[in-house]
Ligand binder design. Structure first.
Ligand code: SF4
Ligand code: SF4
Ligand code: FES
Length: 318
């Protein structure tokens, strides 16, 4: 079947602005977008650049934007993305700087990953063990999903927080932090939690965009677990964890979100500078007649809500 690839073209060595090339293909639409790109490169224009290796969704190198959605070109069938005008647009992943055509600079992604020290750091040496270090099937089960990560950076490209604050670790790095934080053989739980906390873990807005992962890692759930781990490790002197803990506290004690207390608890009750900083916001609310009440009357049967928090061992602000 005939269709065309609408390809983003840019060479940082020679071009000031990108342009697009439209290249005609005649291929079965059961083939993949990567097959189409390979065909075009072999038959029409050898200068088109893109990364690939395994062609089996294992190496993670062929991630690109296909018709506006990032994914692995080698596991995207042509007929699943062919538009009504018989075209497919291919672009470099967003949240990365283009280098050449579909190839991007991956350094920020790898830097965040390597800061995690992504290798096992046990407390004793291998020679202390007669056999390999064994992990129970139950403990291993928690790590199976994240072990499937192929570091394709699709989730990182889709993350809206990375796009507004490139310092944010991003979903893949946080999922990998989880992989070692939850590994019973590792001895650096607190250090790992502190590192990922310093890499702006708490900026995650829980938007679930990173749930679109070609390997079903679902970093979103791991991010929640890592946030919980940082609280368990006592790393709470930061607006992020304080915000989570004070919200839990007000709901546990009143059955409602007590916004006045949430603001104070997040900023820090004795953080005079911080409180002065948010004062204009409070004044604007007051002028608009939207100032939240200073005290809240607990809802009926609030003790039942508190019991749920206790049963689930939900941490709250002290
Ligand atoms: S979590 Fe999924 S989307 Fe993100 S890098 Fe790993 S495999 Fe790719
Ligand atoms: S859930 Fe968090 S890490 Fe995932 S895409 Fe949204 S903001 Fe980014
Ligand atoms: S070529 Fe390896 S994941 Fe696509």
């Amino acid at each position: 079947m005939s269709f065309s690839l609408d390809i983003y073209r840019f060479d940082q060595a020679t071009d000031e602005v990108p342009h697009r090339d439209r290249v005609e293909c005649d291929l079965p639409t059961t083939m993949t977008v990567l097959d189409a790109l390979e065909n075009v490169k072999a038959e029409k224009d050898g200068s088109i650049s893109f990364r690939r290796s395994c062609r089996s969704a294992i190496c993670g190198s062929c991630a690109m934007n296909i018709n506006g959605t990032t994914g692995l070109a080698c596991r995207t069938p042509i007929d699943s993305v062919l538009r009504s005008d018989n075209t497919i647009a291919v672009d470099p992943m967003p949240n990365f700087q283009p280098m050449k055509d579909l190839v991007v600079h991956m350094d920020p992604f790898w830097d965040k990953y390597s800061r995690l020290k992504p290798y096992l750091q046990p407390k004793d040496s291998d020679s202390d063990h007669q056999t390999e270090r064994r992990v129970s099937p139950e403990d291993m089960q928690k790590l199976v999903a994240v072990a499937n990560c192929v570091m394709c950076a699709t989730c990182y490209a889709l993350c809206p927080v990375v796009s507004v604050d490139p310092a944010f670790a991003g979903p893949a790095a946080i999922a990998y932090a989880y992989r070692f934080i939850e590994d019973v053989r590792d001895s650096k739980r607190k250090e790992r939690a502190a590192q990922i906390s310093d890499d702006f873990l708490w900026l995650c807005a829980h938007c679930y965009a990173c749930s679109y992962c070609p390997k079903h890692v679902d970093p979103q759930d791991d991010i929640i677990a890592v946030k919980r781990a940082t609280i368990e490790e006592g790393l709470v002197d930061h607006p992020g964890p304080r915000h989570a803990l004070v919200i839990a506290k007000t709901i546990k004690h009143t059955g409602m979100l007590h916004e006045t207390e949430v603001i104070q608890g997040t900023v820090g009750r004795f953080n005079i500078k911080g409180l002065i900083k948010v004062a204009p916001f409070g004044i604007r609310l007051a002028l608009a007649g939207k100032i939240p009440p200073l005290f809240l009357k607990p809802v009926p049967k609030v003790n039942e809500i508190a019991m749920i928090f206790d049963t689930l061992e939900v941490p709250v602000l002290a």
